[in-house]
Design a protein around this ligand. Structure first.
Ligand SMILES: [Cu+2]
Length: 283
């Protein structure tokens, strides 16, 4: 019975990978799900392209692997000592050697063209609607909204569902933060990424973004959330003890909701350079 169950799971996994493009819940969330397979659901045009490029490569890899497997079986069965007691003395075949060099090169070129196109698309920031600055710290993120009053706030991981009780958002273990990054849906958002202490990395898989946060350097990335939803991410550069506990929670909301949040945030959060909780040097 157990074997049948394992067989069923394996079979359904294979079908999930090859037949459905995505295996995710309808909760409209950029988070991993129990028994989820494949890449994270795409919520941005770049991620959508990454997913389809990945799926296309899977097919290509499968065809190549099957071809090699067939060749291996031909060798094993047709050219073993029993079946082929007198091996041929042929050592070189110019045509074959050119072919098995040129064809893989050609395959690599075919793969490289869409790959570079996508890399370029992800790298070059289109005209941005607004900028968010993400700053990595050991071990939390802080954010600044330079285009909307230049306020700043910290985002720490929430370790208990009770901490966000009464708020209209789900609690996701190790991924929910006390404050959120809120952005308008459908707009190009530029994120400037940096750090104050060690290397961190701001990564949100469902938006297809990941960029190192380095002290003294300003990196940039962009995304455009094409649907409203919550997208989770995590620090993706090993940065110390609590590296796994500095998640990212991005909410893409309607323009009205975003503006309402901005007004609230201006009230609640400090302005960059003012009222910051800097340690006092002299008492
Ligand atoms: Cu980190």
């Amino acid at each position: 019975m157990r074997i049948i169950k394992i067989f069923k799971i394996t079979l359904s996994s294979i079908f999930t990978i090859f037949i459905t493009s995505q295996a995710f819940s309808a909760e409209n969330m950029g988070a991993a799900h129990p028994w989820g397979l494949n890449l994270r659901e795409a919520f941005s045009p770049v991620m959508a392209e990454m997913v389809s490029f990945h799926n296309w490569l899977i097919w290509l890899i499968t065809i190549i692997s099957l071809f090699v497997l067939v060749l291996l079986f031909i060798i094993i069965f047709k050219f073993n000592t029993k079946a082929n007691p007198k091996p041929t003395k042929t050592t070189h075949n110019t045509f074959l050697e050119i072919a098995w060099t040129a064809i893989p090169v050609l395959i690599l070129v075919i793969m490289a063209v869409p790959s570079f196109k996508l890399l370029y698309k992800a790298d070059v920031i289109p005209e941005a609607h607004m900028t968010v600055k993400a700053i990595g710290h050991q071990w939390y993120w802080s954010y600044e909204y330079p285009d909307h009053g230049n306020f700043t706030y910290d985002a720490w991981m929430v370790s208990d569902a009770e901490e966000i009780e009464g708020q209209d958002r789900p609690y996701t273990r190790l991924l929910t933060t006390d404050t959120r990054v809120v952005v308008p849906v459908g707009k190009v958002i530029k994120v400037q990424v940096t750090a104050t202490d060690v290397l961190h990395s701001w990564a949100v898989p469902s938006l297809g973004v990941k960029k190192d946060a380095m002290p003294g350097r300003l990196n940039e990335l962009w995304f455009q959330a094409d649907r409203e939803g919550i997208f989770y991410g995590q620090c993706s550069e090993l940065c110390g003890t609590n590296h796994g506990y500095m998640p990212i929670e991005v909410h893409a909301v309607s323009e009205e909701e975003f503006l309402a949040w901005i007004e609230e945030a201006k009230e609640n959060y400090a302005k960059v350079g003012e009222d910051l909780n800097l340690a006092k040097v002299k008492e």
